[in-house]
Structures are given as C-alpha cells and as structure tokens.
Write a protein that binds this ligand. Sequence first.
Ligand SMILES: CC(C)(COP(=O)(O)OP(=O)(O)OC[C@H]1O[C@@H](n2cnc3c(N)ncnc32)[C@H](O)[C@@H]1OP(=O)(O)O)[C@@H](O)C(=O)NCCC(=O)NCCS
Length: 206
Amino acid sequence: MIGSGGHARVLLEVLEEAGHQLNGVVGEYSPASKLPDRYTFVPDHNVLKEFSTEDYLLINGVGSSSDLSLRDRLFREFKDAGFNFLQLQAQTAHISDSATLFEGVQVMHKAVVHSEAVIEDNVIINTGAIVEHHCVVAESAHIAVGAVLCGNVEIGALTHVGANATILQGVRVGSNCIIGAGAVVLHDVPDNSIAVGVPAVVKSRS
Ligand SMILES: CC(C)(COP(=O)(O)OP(=O)(O)OC[C@H]1O[C@@H](n2cnc3c(N)ncnc32)[C@H](O)[C@@H]1OP(=O)(O)O)[C@@H](O)C(=O)NCCC(=O)NCCS
C-alpha cells in the first residue's frame, strides 16, 4: 500500500475484511496514523520499482481533503512502471451490476454506485457516498464521505466533492475543482473552480 495516513488506515481494514493480504506499506511509520507496526514500512516509494510488477498488486492509500495531485501522480508513476492497482469494494458497499468501475477504484463501506454509473481510474467513493444512475466520475476524483451525486452528474478528473455535498441531477462539475463540505451545487461548475455553500457559490481556484 502506498501511503500511511488516515485513508490508508481505513483501507487496511476494508482490505482485510475482503480477504486480501497486505505485504507492506510505502510510507513512514507514524503512531498518529495508527497503522499497526506489524507491517513492513518503507519510507522511499522508489523501492517498489525493485519489486516484480507481476507478483504485487498496489493499493493507493493516499487520501485527500481537497488536493488530489499527489494521489494522482503516484498512480500514474507506478502505472508507467508497469504496476497494476487493486480495485477494492467494501463488503457493505452496493454496486450495480450495470455500473462500470475502472482500475484502482475504491468503494468504501455503505457507499452506493447505481445503474450505468462509470467510475474511472483511481477514484475514491468514500464511506456512505451515493453515486446515482448514469453518473460519470473521472480519474483520480474523490467523492468524500456522505456526498450525493444525483442522477446524470459528471465529475471531472482530480475533483474533490466534499463531505455531505450534494450535486443536483444533470450538473457537470469540471476537472481540478473543490466542492466544499456540505455544498449544494445547482449549476455546472467550470474547471479549476472552488464551490462552497448552499446554494453553492463558485469562484476560480487560483
Ligand atoms: C472548501 C474548503 C476546501 C476550503 O478550505 P480553505 O481554503 O482552507 O478555506 P478556509 O477554511 O480558509 O475558509 C475560507 C472561507 O470559506 C468559508 N468556507 C470554507 N469551507 C466552507 C464550506 N465547506 N462551506 C461554506 N463555507 C466554507 C470559510 O467560512 C471562510 O469564509 P470567510 O472568508 O468569510 O471567513 C474546505 O473548507 C472544505 O470544505 N473541504 C472539504 C473537506 C472534506 O470534504 N473532507 C472530507 C474528507 S473524507
């Protein structure tokens, strides 16, 4: 697993519940993250490149409360080196048979991904989030805990949809955006924007 913070800690439990075996963690051991010290911790992620890409499957344990660039960069770097990433679904998640999930997608406990939704590479659908029918969530986006995407919503790459935010049906949120916690988004949001409040007010991220 790449990363040793809070998201990694939750993933570890979801992994074990799903019957996977974790071989080690790339990241510093930190008592604060409370990852058990029985695992091997390797601070330098370049060490992974000495491992066989066929014998090991990676999991991206880097989470985010707004900036997804590190998570995205690590995914790309190790894909370029020939590694594959585990797609992980918590046991209490509900994923429609007609939904499509790409590589490295993580669907956490009590999250729902409904009919015909498409979830692209390296996306987190976090605890209790709801992705309704025909939504498209682009690569390395994060749908944070309790967020709701009503039907036919599009979320761009590297966009963070904050905890308990609601995106109304048919809205398109661009790439590299931050939707604040609790926001209610009524209208489309352009790339590189930040949107907060109820109803959400949109500003440029720069
Ligand atoms: C939107 C967000 C990224 C802004 O963070 P920030 O840049 O550090 O902003 P600040 O805390 O300095 O606040 C700036 C202003 O925005 C307001 N604001 C911040 N977050 C807000 C939110 N979610 N809703 C409404 N207003 C918000 C603040 O009150 C402040 O207003 P002011 O200038 O009138 O005082 C952050 O507050 C947020 O909501 N992050 C999402 C967290 C999340 O989803 N975590 C889940 C992890 S699983």
